[in-house]
Ligand binder design. Structure first.
Ligand code: 2B7
Length: 637
């Protein structure tokens, strides 16, 4: 033990305080200590390997989830330098793992890393937040190894053997006294690694999950980069341009873009800055939108697709059915917005705009058939928008005449404070009736829906405004739809979908969620959409209060407690079987109910699921349902 003990100088104490700070306020460095923060540990380490790939030295990255939730990341780059760092008097590699802000001083090549969220302190942060970390380096003809516990060196770097290869391998076990859970979600890691592989053309990234008997694995390598990314996003959609339009320009701000139009009505633009998904968009997205609006309008005018009397196509017309991936590299990015995922650097707008102007106008001139097909769609989108505007105005005028602006079927609450108000969208007439009687009318509104719902995946905004099922939903929520949607106008802080726990219920839930996802996405992003969880069973026994069970396991647990003798089990097939008091007690009373918040963790996955479930293509839908049959209970969450 003794020989590993450190003699701490002033600098070293500083170092320890640094990593102690990370352990004291992990959220500041890793975002959160939830499962999300846990996954971030992996991304931080992988990011370093990807940087080595961007510098041109690493071709392969292997990620493993080993039994016990140990993460192993291996790259075949140059290996972290092992020589003694003059300032800290310890090896460069150990410095990288123990000094906060050690980033950039050694690697530095790419110049972009410094900006990616953690300012290049990823390795030391991961080390600080791990029970143990072990780093193995191959370079200069040797194998070197060092290890740490909760950020403290237990074995300094020593040479343990010879090797002709080069590279870095990092293994770590996250600290269970810091993170809420250590259970990695394979799919979450797989999705992020796929994304990283798309963003770094030619880099091979593999992932293996060795925690269960039958390992899961995936292997990603895309020579096409963003082109492959766009094709992947559209794999279940019918495309207009068979090969994505590809734009690439190196420069002060390198820009890379792939565009592929589909026959769908949704707009899917994903943007990245230094490989970080900028969910809230920003100046790069702004430049892109401005450019395509201008270029397509100019083309339409000069080729007489738009006549002199016609007004310009609007941005939203041009973006209908578009799938695009935008990736820029910015030396000192400023991230703004609620989740710090909105690019703020103003110079980027003009740069992206002029890159796209030039490349896209050339492309359209060289590919007139594609240009014509896309513009045909834009023109019909613009007609539909005009029809939607008329429909919307009609709705406004009609409701103005009827004096009450709210749908007749809505039983509104008395409070007008959106923060405390909730609306239950209830499937079926009888359940709607029980809900109306059972609710607390001060803050709970009920909107019953029945009959066949419109599939929004196959319709445009005009149809949606005119639809007698969706129109009451739009009017009740009160914030408009699509580009007009204004979250500050919502009349209820919670929009709760209450449907039966059966196939029909799942269907209506999926349709409503698709609608919210496509036309009121901020409502989901802002966490205003919930699913009510009605009980599946009621256990009754003489002399005992009824027990409601929400899952099969729940019931088994309760039966084990109270015994099976003399117990009647009622299985609820639908909400309609409950009387108003029961519905209140089990599903609506804020003190006792279970609500599931609908989250948008992964927009790409969500788009894929809604496209498959609601779209035209039969084969992927069947495949999806077969593959997910065992998860069918939470298919749409
Ligand atoms: C800023 C720090 C983190 N670093 C290097 C060189 C290569 C290298 C790294 C790495 C994670 C899991 C396997 C540079 C950069 C430190 O300085 S980090 N490779 N891989 C990694 O962390 N993978 C490097 C210049 C010359 N030789 C090597």
């Amino acid at each position: 033990m003794e020989k590993y003990e450190h003699k701490y100088g002033a600098e070293q104490i500083q170092v320890l305080e640094g990593l102690e700070a990370v352990r004291k306020r992990p959220g500041m460095y890793i975002g959160s200590v939830s499962v999300r923060g846990l996954h971030h540990l992996v991304y931080e380490i992988v990011d370093n390997a990807v940087d080595e790939a961007l510098a041109g030295y690493c071709k392969n990255i292997h990620v493993k989830i080993e039994p016990g939730n140990i993460i192993s990341v291996e790259d075949d780059g140059r290996g972290i330098p092992v020589d003694i760092h003059p300032k800290t008097k310890i090896s460069a590699a150990e410095t990288v793992y123990t000094v906060l802000h050690a980033g950039g001083k050694f690697g530095g090549d790419s110049g972009y890393k410094v900006s990616g969220g953690l300012h290049g302190v990823g390795s030391s942060v991961v080390n600080a937040l791990s029970q143990w970390t072990e780093v193995t380096i191959q370079r200069d003809g040797g194998i070197f190894q060092m290890s740490f516990e909760r950020g403290k060196t237990v074995k300094s770097l020593i040479r343990i053997g010879d090797s002709k290869k080069t590279g870095t391998t990092v293994r770590f076990l996250a600290d269970d006294t810091i993170f809420e859970t250590l259970e990695y979600e394979y799919e979450v890691l797989e999705n992020r690694l796929r994304e990283m592989a798309f963003l770094t053309k030619g880099l091979r990234i593999t992932i293996e999950d060795l925690r269960e008997e039958t390992p899961k694995k995936a292997d990603f390598c895309f020579e096409g980069g963003l082109i492959s990314f766009a094709e992947y996003l559209n794999k279940n959609k019918e495309t207009i341009n068979k090969t994505p339009i590809y734009i690439e320009k190196q420069g002060e701000v390198p820009v890379e873009i792939a565009i592929q139009y589909t026959t769908s009505y949704s707009e899917n633009i994903y943007t990245f800055v230094n490989n970080i998904n900028t969910i809230e968009g920003g100046t790069h997205l702004e430049g892109f939108k401005r450019s395509i609006t201008k270029v397509f309008n100019d083309y339409a005018r000069s080729h007489n697709i738009l006549k002199e009397k016609d007004s310009n196509l609007q941005g939203e017309d041009i973006r209908e059915g578009i799938t695009a991936v935008i990736s820029v590299k910015v030396k000192e990015p400023q991230f703004e917005g609620q989740t710090k995922t909105k690019l703020g650097n103003s110079e980027v707008t003009g740069i992206v705009q002029s890159v796209v102007n030039e490349a896209l106008s050339t492309y359209l001139e060289e590919n007139p058939t594609v240009a014509k097909a896309i513009l045909e769609k834009c023109v019909s989108a613009s007609r539909a928008r005009e029809a939607a505007r008329k429909a919307r105005e009609l709705v406004r005028r009609k409701t103005a005449l009827e004096s009450s602006t709210l749908p007749g079927k809505l039983a509104d609450c008395s409070s007008k404070n959106p923060e405390e108000c909730e609306v239950y969208i209830v499937e079926g007439d009888s359940a709607g009736g029980s809900a109306k009687q059972g609710r607390d009318r001060k803050f709970q509104a009920i909107l019953p829906l029945w009959g066949k719902m419109l599939n929004v995946e196959k319709s445009r905004a005009d149809k949606i405004y005119n639809n007698d099922k969706l129109n009451p939903v739009i009017v009740a929520i009160g914030a408009g739809i699509g580009a007009d949607f204004d979250i500050s106008k919502i009349r209820y802080g919670k929009v709760i979908i209450m449907a039966d726990a059966d196939v029909d219920g799942a269907h209506i839930r999926t349709l409503l969620l698709t609608f919210f996802f496509r036309y009121m996405r901020p409502l989901i992003e802002n966490g205003n959409v919930y699913l009510a969880q009605p009980p599946l069973y009621k256990l009754s026994k003489k002399g005992m209060k009824d027990i409601y069970c929400y899952t099969d396991e729940d019931m088994e647990k309760n039966l084990a407690e109270i015994g099976r003798d003399g117990v009647t089990i009622q299985r609820y097939k639908g909400l309609g079987e409950m009387n108003p008091e029961q519905l209140w007690e089990t599903t609506m009373d804020p003190e006792r109910r279970i609500l599931v918040k609908v989250k948008l963790e992964d927009a790409i996955k969500a788009d894929e699921i809604f496209t498959i479930l609601m779209g035209d293509e039969i084969a992927p839908r069947r495949e999806f349902i077969e593959k997910n049959a065992k998860y069918v209970k939470n298919l749409d969450i």
